[in-house]
Design a protein around this ligand. Structure first.
Ligand code: HEM
Length: 70
């Protein structure tokens, strides 16, 4: 799969997982401890993994914009 195609899938998934982290914390009182662990903690692990993948896929952009010779 091309990097650009992967990012087109990865980015919306990241957005959904970011919203999941916030919503599960806001409604943590309404969730059972198990549900909170599954959605916030479990979702959080996947979120962090995909954030790293997002960084790796965009590494050319990072080097071009932050480490470019002036
Ligand atoms: C926008 C991102 C996030 C926000 C706003 C957020 C917010 C919070 C808050 C406010 C709590 C305390 C809940 C409580 O004590 O009732 C919490 C707990 C926790 N968060 Fe997050 N969090 C985020 C991302 C993450 C990520 C990426 C992980 C990675 C795994 C994570 C893992 C956890 C864990 C393990 C706990 C403790 C749960 C427990 O006490 O059983 N969170 N989070």
């Amino acid at each position: 799969m091309r990097k650009n195609t992967a990012l087109k899938i990865l980015n919306p998934v990241l957005a959904i997982l970011a919203v999941n982290q916030i919503v599960t914390v806001l409604f943590r009182e309404k969730l059972s401890h198990e549900s909170f662990e599954f959605f916030h903690q479990g979702g959080g692990m996947i979120f962090l993994g995909l954030v790293i993948l997002h960084f790796v896929f965009n590494f050319n952009w990072v080097t071009a914009n932050y480490f470019r010779k002036s």
